[in-house]
Structures are given as structure tokens and as C-alpha cells.
Design a protein around this ligand. Structure first.
Ligand code: ASP
Length: 438
């Protein structure tokens, strides 16, 4: 069995980080498929190689010299090579790229070199084989990944080998390079793990797992030890910045656990994400897994006497919002009223058009619009079917004088969502965290 391990940019930032990566990989013989990002920041204020490459492309596009930026890139790779005594002739590789840039290179190809060169160096350092992403990660013309073809190709190529693969890009049917969106090496790792039916997909970063709340709001939040794929979806939907979108589905489809770990604290178990956990793991008494939220929603409440028994009323209301590109994220209902919770940026300048269309479609008695609302969700698989959970949440918020403007609980009882005024956003997150985690 293999463990597929992906290291993010901060883990590849310099020779010191390369050594940590090597120690981690060599500590477990099963860690024999390594995916890497391009070197990231070494310190705050430093530059990511990928950012510099994008910058180079922008300069070329506008006919401005990118020499000084390219020198910074060269310097980074050369110093990693020198500090580690590697045998890759990276100077020639960089010189060839420079020539290609003169001749004309696509943005995707240029920025993909960040991970490509990094993987070449890491393969040399580990004594593993380098497999280029363009040899197995096949995109369809529409930009989706051809999973079947890619999985087959990687399985064949990696058979019996210890390999390093660059993240972030693959190849289009016409042979040109295509990248994922920013941060997409996470997806490459997930696809490789799925292709090889890995025992686990380890995603090594610079934090000890997913935190239970935003550290800019809660002081020193604890990392989540265990989270299910459903809970993770709930947290990301609620606003937590967790993994690149598209990372989860390849591994989830194959029931492969995903483990988020910290390269700078390799003994920390990090966060383990699975479909479900056994009873022993579930002994942890905390019943909230995490809290996340977003600001700037509006609640549009449509009121009409007798509407709850009017056939098709909700459908017509939703259609009006859909037609204006304002998808409702929650639809709490009252007696003869429906409230639609819509992100402010989606409602945007359409509000008056929507109100006019609602008037025509429903002829409501009244429409109320409340703006500057934050939507905050407490996620926890252990909340399900536990009496008193919502009561405790309301009590905790009430004690702190926070007025709840909206409440929504899904039928699966995996999460409870409250709407509060934007001014209460941070305090609500803190109260929920302090009441249920500390
Ligand atoms: N290096 C790329 C980026 O900075 C991809 C990645 O790191 O996942 O977006």
C-alpha cells in the first residue's frame, strides 16, 4: 500500500524545508509518491515562485523586461540546488526556459514550471524518479480532468517506483500545458492518491490541521482532530478556507482518508478527514467540530396571507431570484412567509429588479429586506439527535446580548446556522467557540 504525500509551497521554500520534507518522506517507506508545489514564501514579505512567474508573463505580454524578476526565480532554485549539493543542472534548465520565454510561451506553461523544477530538485534530493504531470494528468478540452485516462496512466507509470510529481498542472488534448486554479496542487495530490488507491492522502502544510475557528477571530483555536467529509463540506460552505475546491471528491469517491499535517511539526497528528469514524474515536466529548461564517448577506422576507397553502408560491419566488442570478443559500419559512438568505454580492444592484419581479409573480402583502447580516454555522456530527443543542446555542448567544435574526438547521442535524447582524459576527464566532469547545 502507498501513502501519497503532497507538500505545499511553504514546505518547499528553501533547503531547510527540503530537508524536513526528506525526513518526513523517508520516515515511512509507504510514503513513496510525493507531489510538490512550487517554492513558497520563506518569510513574510517574501515572494512565491508562482507569483513571480505570473508577473514575468504579465511583463512579457506588455513588452516590458522581466529580467530582474526572472533573476529572483533563478536565485531561489540555484540556492536550493547549491545548499543541498544536488546534481540537477538547474542553470541549464532555467536558461532553456528563458529562451522559450523569448520565443513565446503560454501563461499556463510558464507558471507550471514552478512546480516542475521543484519536483525535479526534490526527486534528485530523495533519490526518487521524476514523473512529469504532463505524462499522466489529462485534461479534457472543457478543462475537466479525464480521470479514467489519467488514473490508468499514472498507475502504469508509477508501478513499482518511488516517484516525485509536480502539482498544479496537466496536459490538454492538443498537447499544451494547462494549470488548475491557484492552489491546485492539492487536486493533483488527490488525483494521484485516487489513481493509486492510496492508503491515505497526506497533505503537508504549515499548520497542524484545520482549525476549529478562524485564528484572526478566536485566539489560538484548537485544530480539529477528526472531521467527516460531510462536516468538511459544511465548514467550507460556511466560509472556512480549508482545501482547494475539487480536492475532496477524488479521494472521497475512493474512500481514501485525507490527513492534513504540518511539515514544521511532523509529530502532530493533524486533522484526519474520513467518511466516518469508529466508536472509540468518537469518544471525544466535544460535539462541535468547527465554527465558520461569512458576512454581508441580505434576508428578503416575502409575506402573504395564505401563501403557505398556495400551490407553487415558493417555486415562483425562487424562480425570480434565479432569473436575477441571486441564488438563495437558505430559505427559512414562517407561517405565510418565506425568507431568502442571499449573499450581498449576488443581490448587488439587482435588488429593485427582484422586488419588482416578486410583486408581479406573487403579489405579496409585504416584502422586508434586512441587509448586513452574517451567517454563522456551527458544524458537528455529534449534534445530531442530541436534545438541547439549539437551546444551548441560543442561550449562549442570548447571554452575550447577540440578537439572532435567522436560524436554520438541516434535517441531517449536522449543523446549526444562525444569522446575526454583521457587527456581531466576530463575537458570535467567539461565543460559540468558547461555549462549546473550551
Ligand atoms: N503554486 C501554485 C500556486 O501558488 C499551486 C499550488 O501551490 O498549489 O497557486
Amino acid at each position: 500500500m502507498r501513502k501519497v504525500v503532497k507538500f505545499g509551497g511553504s514546505s518547499m521554500a528553501d533547503a531547510v524545508q527540503f530537508k524536513k520534507v526528506r525526513d518526513i518522506v523517508l520516515a515511512d517507506a509507504k510514503r513513496n509518491v510525493v507531489i510538490v508545489s512550487a517554492p513558497g514564501k520563506r518569510f513574510s514579505g517574501d515572494h512565491k515562485i508562482t507569483d513571480l512567474l505570473y508577473l514575468c508573463h504579465a511583463h512579457i505580454k506588455y513588452g516590458v523586461s522581466c529580467d530582474s524578476i526572472f533573476s529572483m526565480i533563478e536565485e531561489r532554485y540555484l540556492s536550493i540546488c547549491k545548499d543541498l549539493g544536488l546534481s540537477v543542472d538547474i542553470a541549464s534548465v532555467l536558461a532553456q526556459l528563458r529562451e522559450k520565454m523569448e520565443a513565446g510561451i503560454s501563461q499556463d506553461e510558464l507558471v507550471s514550471r514552478g512546480e516542475c523544477f521543484c519536483a525535479m530538485l526534490m526527486a534528485d534530493f530523495l533519490g526518487f524518479d521524476f514523473i512529469d504531470a504532463s505524462q499522466w494528468l489529462y485534461f479534457n478540452l472543457d478543462g475537466s480532468v479525464n480521470q479514467e485516462r489519467s488514473y490508468f496512466a499514472l498507475k502504469t507509470l508509477a508501478e513499482g517506483r518511488r516517484v516525485v510529481i509536480p502539482g498544479f498542472y496537466g496536459i490538454l488534448p492538443d498537447g499544451s500545458i494547462r494549470t488548475f486554479s491557484r492552489g491546485g496542487s492539492d487536486i493533483t495530490g488527490a488525483l494521484a492518491a485516487a489513481a493509486l488507491d492510496a492508503e491515505v492522502y497526506e497533505n503537508w502544510t504549515d499548520v497542524s490541521g484545520i482549525l476549529m475557528a478562524d485564528p484572526r477571530i478566536v485566539e489560538n483555536p484548537e485544530p480539529i482532530a477528526h472531521v467527516t467529509y460531510d462536516e468538511l463540506r459544511g465548514l467550507s460552505y460556511a466560509g472556512a478556507q480549508v482545501l482547494h475546491e475539487g480536492t475532496v471528491s477524488p479521494v472521497r469517491e475512493k474512500n481514501i482518508p485525507l490527513n492534513i499535517r504540518n511539515t514544521n511539526d511532523p509529530d502532530h497528528p493533524g486533522t484526519l478527514i474520513c467518511e466516518r469514524f469508529d466508536e472509540e474515536t468518537e469518544q471525544d466529548p466535544r460535539f462541535i467540530t468547527g465554527v465558520a461564517g461569512r458576512k454581508n448577506f441580505s434576508i428578503v422576507t416575502v409575506i402573504k396571507s395564505g401563501m403557505s397553502s398556495e400551490a407553487g408560491a415558493l417555486r415562483r419566488i425562487l424562480k425570480v431570484f434565479d432569473q436575477h442570478g441571486a441564488t438563495a443559500e437558505f430559505v427559512p419559512s414562517g407561517i405565510d412567509s418565506f425568507s431568502l438568505v442571499v449573499a450581498g454580492d449576488k443581490l448587488g444592484g439587482n435588488l429593485f429588479a427582484i422586488l419588482g419581479a416578486l410583486q408581479e409573480a406573487i403579489a405579496p402583502d409585504d416584502i422586508k429586506v434586512t441587509s448586513n447580516i452574517s451567517i454563522i454555522t456551527a458544524v458537528g456530527r455529534k449534534m445530531a439527535f442530541r436534545p438541547g443543542t439549539s437551546g444551548r446555542i441560543f442561550a449562549a448567544l442570548g447571554e452575550h446580548g447577540i440578537n439572532i435574526r435567522m436560524i436554520s438547521q438541516g434535517p441531517e442535524e449536522l449543523s446549526i446556522t444562525v444569522g446575526v447582524d454583521d457587527k456581531d459576527y466576530s463575537e458570535t464566532i467567539r461565543v460559540l467557540y468558547n461555549s462549546f469547545v473550551k
